[in-house]
Design a protein around this ligand. Structure first.
Ligand code: FRU
Length: 468
């Protein structure tokens, strides 16, 4: 069977072969979710970037399509976004359906641009056949480089109020906003880089979108991936909650917020053009970390995406935060469900979803196998410690084997939902209010789960493979 190598995720998206990093160009159009991704088709490590492509009608099952965008004389194809140009503002639509437009970074580290600061520019490509074939715009680049080394990852969205396209761009250690009426000409508007934000590394892969609280209050969210400088080392995604007037993003908060405390959720952004009737803000991240992404012990392919998550805005007093909830479509994967009792549970698969409740105090969970691997998740006081130091293979990197943590900030853990898929684990605490996403490489599947401080009723769902 294909997609059955050791460590190959069974229900997370991964490319058939070779290297993948960031999700790109996520857009919904005519019944299909498109997922493009940073792809190097000739090897299992990062290299000259292309946009790989897959589509899904349910966010869960993916059909792999041919490479959508190839490098050209303007450079390799780095990260970016895609939109449906409903009103054909670009004039690039030809048929009776609106064109899909991809906006990406050209990276040209060769020829006369080699080693220069102005080697990243923004280009576009368009499709008039539901994303099956892409044509580069003839006057690329559409946004030239002003002499700044890191100038990339355009995320474009339509802003209804000002009736214009907005581009959020990562520019070294700030986010710059540009506007356009036609996606082809862009005007600089403002920068966002508050003093108190996290600046451990370069800012990458922004995303700007509105979210509404349960009581109907709208705020604008800005996601900013940062590498290195994450809360548990290396790559991670911070976010800001504020307001956006079409030109400037402002925020009143002064505290760094992380979308996920795990080491392995990076460069995530959200789908464009999800129908209003659906209303969800759907997110996917790259499940790795630049600290060791090129070295993880997988053969054939390298890297997978997180499960799709719906981002929800929570308000507590004056404080806003984002909860990440696995999309309900994932429930279709449940093959069988067992309610287990007791504090020692045998596991018959490593493709699982587990639901449990804590008793409200400290707790400890240990996954283990008879090879001596163990993964320990230990809640003491105000922290959840995630110890993968003896969870399995680790010698491929000096920093992989580590104890990471999730600060709980005075909130008790009541419910826990775990997605285990061979070489990854995603743990959602309190309905997604805190999340930790991590890679693990057990030498063989964990066969036992021991529990302390948990309600003795645990639901285990065996999940089906999406690869048939
Ligand atoms: C983030 C990133 C982006 C860049 C891409 C290159 O992981 O570094 O900033 O566009 O990867 O593959």
């Amino acid at each position: 069977r294909e997609f059955d190598e050791q460590f190959r995720p069974q229900y997370h998206f991964s490319p058939p072969a070779n290297w993948m990093n960031d999700p790109n160009g996520m857009v919904y159009f005519d019944g299909e979710y498109h997922l493009f991704y940073q792809y190097y088709p000739d090897g299992n490590v990062w290299g000259p970037m292309h946009w790989g492509h897959a589509i899904s009608t349910d966010l869960i099952h993916w059909e792999h399509l041919p490479i959508a965008i190839y490098p050209d004389e303007l450079g390799w194809i780095f990260s970016g976004s895609a939109v449906v140009d409903w009103e054909n503002t670009s004039g690039l639509g030809t048929g009776n359906q609106p064109p899909m437009i991809a906006i990406y970074t050209y990276h040209l580290d060769s020829g006369e641009k080699a080693g220069r600061d102005d080697y990243q520019t923004q280009g576009i490509a368009y499709s008039n056949d539901k994303g099956r074939t892409w044509t580069k715009y003839e006057n690329n680049p559409v946004l030239a480089n002003p002499g700044i080394k890191d100038f990339r990852d355009p995320k474009v969205t339509w802003h209804e109020e000002s009736e214009s396209w907005i581009m959020s761009l990562a520019v070294k250690d700030k986010i710059s906003f540009y506007t356009s009426s036609n996606l082809l000409e862009w005007t600089y508007q403002s920068d966002f880089n508050p003093e108190w934000a996290a600046y451990g590394g370069v800012w990458e892969c922004p995303d700007l979108f509105p979210l509404t609280t349960e009581t109907g209050e709208e705020k604008w969210i800005l996601l900013v991936s940062i590498n290195p400088g994450g809360p548990n080392g290396g790559s991670a995604t911070q976010y800001f909650v504020g307001d956006f007037d079409g030109k400037v993003f402002t925020t009143e908060t002064t505290e760094v917020k992380w979308l996920d405390y795990g080491a392995d959720n990076y460069a995530g952004v959200t789908w464009s053009d999800v129908p209003k009737e659906d209303g969800r803000r759907l997110f996917l991240g790259w499940m790795s970390n630049w600290l060791y992404a090129n070295e993880v012990p997988t053969e054939v392919w390298r890297s997978a995406m997180t499960v799709p998550r719906s981002l929800e805005l929570m308000k507590n007093g004056d404080d806003y935060s984002i909860a990440s909830r696995p999309v309900e479509e994932l429930e279709k994967l449940r093959e069988s469900t067992k309610e287990q009792e007791g504090d020692l549970i045998s596991l018959t698969s490593d493709v699982l979803e587990i639901e449990m409740k804590s008793l409200g105090g400290d707790f400890k969970m240990t996954f283990s196998n008879d090879q001596g691997d163990k993964l320990v998740i230990d809640k003491t006081d105000d922290l959840v410690l995630f110890d993968r130091s003896q969870a399995g293979l680790k010698d491929f990197s000096d920093v992989f084997a580590a104890v990471h943590n999730v600060p709980l900030k005075g909130v008790e853990v009541k419910d826990i939902r775990i997605f285990l898929d061979r070489s990854s684990i995603e743990i959602f605490f309190n309905d997604g209010k805190s999340v930790i996403t991590e890679l693990i490489f057990p030498t063989s599947a964990y066969t036992e789960l021991s529990l302390q401080g948990m309600d003795s009723k645990v639901e285990i769902h065996l999940l089906k493979s999406i690869w048939g």
